[in-house]
Design a protein around this ligand. Structure first.
Ligand code: OAD
Length: 226
């Protein structure tokens, strides 16, 4: 195949690892209002509540393991090496723990925190978020892209989408932009577009829909590409 394979993953790929999605029944956004825990304004108003929310998610992540879908995407990366890019909206580290290397965590990383000082020091954080930056003493925040903020590495993502021959979006409801618009950009660049999800999501710009649990359908799909 000429051109890149670009994969976009969402919360559904980690569901079978025991990580809650956002918008399914009992999802994260049903239990905690987005405006409170996932916006800069929410953090300004009630930082303790926001910090507790992410500390709790780190505790859950500690007990989770990558599943067959994460592992299958590592196989796919091994097959296509530099012609492969994985973009994830997930902030868990399950792709990285499975072995994915060519990965952009566009919405940030749960196991990192960043200070609000001028230098924006970034450091790893596996449990509770420290109150102050050990480098400069500034307040700390989760290294997460909140609503109203710009996702990371958008230029690199746009370039990959423009060179893309196959684009697959896996386990994402496709309602949060800019990620929700990637399938359209890929389609306009001439890519074949595949959706893998538990349920049908707004299927515009999509050539093929594969329905099922990510842990079943992603390994099968990857084997079929060999
Ligand atoms: P959502 O919770 O919106 O959607 C999860 C999708 O995964 C749904 O379409 C489910 O049907 C599907 N799903 C659930 N279990 C599955 C399984 N076992 N196998 C396959 N699919 C399954 O999560 P995202 O689309 O990732 O952003 O949400 C996008 C962004 O919205 C997140 O990154 C987060 C959130 O607000 C920020 O926090 C900035």
């Amino acid at each position: 195949m000429n051109g890149k394979i670009v994969i976009l993953t969402g919360a559904g790929i980690s569901a079978e690892s025991g990580i809650k999605t956002f918008r399914d029944a009992d999802g994260l956004w049903e239990n905690e209002p987005v405006q409170v825990v996932a916006t800069p304004e929410g953090f300004e108003k009630d930082p303790k509540r926001v910090i507790n929310f992410y500390d709790e998610r780190r505790r859950v992540l500690k007990n989770a393991e990558p599943n067959a879908a994460h592992h299958a995407l590592v196989k796919l990366e091994e097959m296509y090496s530099d012609n492969f890019l994985l973009i994830t909206q997930n902030v868990d580290d399950l792709h990285q723990r499975a072995g994915s290397k060519r990965i952009i965590p566009m919405h940030g990383e749960l196991l990192k925190v960043r200070c609000l000082g001028a230098k924006e020091h970034i450091m790893s954080c596996t449990e509770n978020q420290p109150e102050k930056c050990p480098e400069c003493g500034a307040k700390m925040r989760p290294h997460i892209v909140w609503f109203g903020e710009i996702p990371f590495e958008m230029e690199r993502i746009q370039k990959a989408l423009a060179e893309c021959a196959l684009f697959a979006y896996i386990g994402t409801s496709g309602v949060v932009y800019p990620a929700a618009g990637f399938k359209q950009i890929a389609k306009m660049s001439g890519a074949r577009v595949v959706c893998l999800n538990l349920e049908e999501v707004g299927g515009g710009y999509t050539d093929e829909f594969i329905q099922g649990k990510a842990g079943d359908i992603v390994p099968r799909w990857v084997d079929g590409l060999k």
